[in-house]
Design a protein around this ligand. Structure first.
Ligand code: NAI
Ligand code: MG
Length: 497
């Protein structure tokens, strides 16, 4: 079945129409094996469509198409490539409502607070990178006055991108927009839980881009993602997901001696000093913890350290804010909080809640479960605030990827800084204070890739984003990241005798 690229209003019909297909070489195609798997609405448990179940045969086909297309795409002037990518952004901006509804249906993220917002940031990422074509500049090198020595930024070739389900539109955009502008072509492997909205994005892009430049496969990790990384014509891999899978991808890339960018997990600390503007810090905790996304964020501020002088007031304010949030149908404009992505993920998060209770933490449960009978099979989970929690308890140390936050009390600045840094992760960190000296000191000493004072902004175009320690390798979302990860520098010497 084909569906028009005009904006659609019914996400259920759109999910059905997109079912069972990859997008390779500008064409919708079923899996070579003929297999497909169900896509489920986590708010009701109902099957909303199918996704093509990709394997090595589909990978071969997509990579071959991408390699053919790259031979031409790289010859196009860089600004022209950028213009086409920016055009994709403009076209996607007309689809914000449609894409928002479809991603809400597929992932259970609330439309008003999360899904529509993600769709609009997706469009913005394309517009941002589309403007950077003319920045793919080289240098002249003072090597020998009788020769001319220059460097050129060249594309790496075909990029394999593997994305997760939590913010699939944004995370895909952060990989493919810069890759394409730099003259590469891409093969994306979507997450098994959220294959349809990213497929729709690719369909819209393929109206503008030459066939084969942007391809997408759905399928499972080892069966479809594995062969993608291992394919001899993939020149670079860009992965976002768990640390465990990141290690598998990095090993496979090492075997092939190709570069891998890895954006992995986090356990990001927030430090709230006694002199902080408490209401601002509360809002920062709400955004930082991504309560409206059920905490399913690699950047989630899931360890909050609060000075003892304001700890109790802070906990009460956060509790009241989260408690007032409405959990319900993700497609309902009144809903603040939707569902967890899958039964496995729900069970995993519930395990963390039990572990926290067993470790003796005080457990504050917020918000109300929806009462609507139509949602009785929905994967809803009440947000949890743990206080008086041991730093060794599982939810205090490990990435929960759910609406579970640990709030700790501290009295000494040096001590809290050491605790904040005592983690295998280093994605993001924030400090809240009105004292400039403390803020400066903390920003230098916090071990994280993204450090903010008195705010908790999410990923923004033009700001390098990516972690240290087990949180990953390499940056995304900025000009420098495009140059560093999607081009190689060629040295060229002219010696005309
Ligand atoms: P995952 O890391 O296993 O999956 C992410 C992507 O990698 C998916 O597209 C998946 O199909 C693919 N993949 C899985 N195994 C692969 C393999 N052997 N080779 C190539 N690709 C492979 O994450 P999953 O299973 O969805 O969630 C597990 C946990 O990971 C979550 O509970 C959460 O803690 C964390 N997570 C972190 C994310 C982040 O943004 N940092 C995003 C999603 C999950
Ligand atoms: Mg997995």
């Amino acid at each position: 079945m084909t569906v028009s690229t005009e904006p659609q209003t019914d996400p259920f019909a759109l999910a059905k129409a997109l079912s069972g297909q990859h997008l390779i070489d500008g064409q919708f195609v079923a899996a070579a094996s003929g297999r497909a798997f169900d896509v489920v609405n986590p708010a009701t448990g109902a099957v909303i469509g199918q996704a093509a179940d990709g394997d090595a045969a589909d990978v071969d086909r997509a990579v071959a198409a991408a390699a053919r297309a790259q031979a031409e795409w790289k010859k196009m002037p860089a600004r022209q490539r950028g213009k086409l990518v920016a055009q994709c952004g403009a076209r996607l901006a007309e689809h914000v409502d449609e894409l928002g509804k479809l991603i809400a249906l597929e992932t259970g993220k609330a439309l008003r607070t999360e899904s529509r917002v993600e769709a609009s940031v997706l469009a913005d990422m394309f517009v941002f990178f589309g403007g950077l074509g003319s920045e793919l500049k080289g240098e002249t090198v003072p090597f020998n006055p009788n020769m001319m020595t220059v460097t050129a930024r060249e594309p790496v070739g075909v990029v394999g991108a593997i994305i997760p389900w939590n913010v699939p539109l944004l995370l895909m955009a952060m990989k493919i927009a810069p890759a394409l502008v730099a003259g590469n072509t891409v093969v994306v492997k979507s997450a098994e839980e959220a294959p349809l909205t990213v497929l729709r994005v690719m369909q819209i892009m393929n109206e503008i881009l030459p066939p084969g430049c942007a391809n997408i496969l759905s399928g499972f990790g080892p069966e479809c993602g594995g062969p993608l990384v291992a394919h001899p014509k993939i020149a670079k891999v860009s992965f976002t997901g768990s640390v465990e899978t990141g290690r598998i991808v990095a090993r496979a890339a090492a075997d092939r001696l190709i570069p891998a960018t890895l954006e992995l997990g986090g356990k990001s600390p927030m430090i709230i000093m006694g002199d902080a503007d408490l209401d601002r810090a509360v809002e920062g905790a709400i955004t930082g913890m991504r309560f409206t996304r059920q905490g399913q964020s690699c950047t989630a501020s899931s360890r909050i350290y609060v000075h003892e002088s304001v700890h109790d007031a802070f906990v009460e304010k956060v509790r009241a804010r989260v408690d007032a949030m409405k959990m319900g149908d993700p497609l309902d404009e009144a809903t603040d909080i939707g569902t967890i992505i899958s039964p496995q993920q729900l069970e995993k998060v519930q395990g963390f809640v039990e572990a926290g209770k067993k470790a003796g933490a005080t457990c504050i449960t917020c918000s109300k479960m929806p009462e609507d009978a139509a949602l009785s099979k929905g994967l809803f989970l009440q947000p949890v605030i743990f206080t008086d929690v041991s730093p060794d308890a599982a939810p205090a140390k490990e990435e929960v990827f759910g609406p579970v936050v640990c709030i700790f009390k501290f009295s000494d600045y040096e001590d809290v800084l050491a605790k904040a840094n005592d983690s295998e992760y280093g994605l993001a960190a924030t400090i809240w204070t009105s004292d400039l000296k403390t803020a400066l000191d903390a920003t230098h000493r916090l071990e994280a890739g993204f450090v903010q004072v008195n705010q908790n902004l999410v990923v923004q175009p033009n700001l390098s984003y990516g972690g240290v320690k087990s949180s990953g390798l390499g940056k995304e979302a900025s000009l420098e990241s495009m140059l560093e990860h999607f081009t190689h520098k060629k040295t060229i010497i002219f010696n005309m005798g």
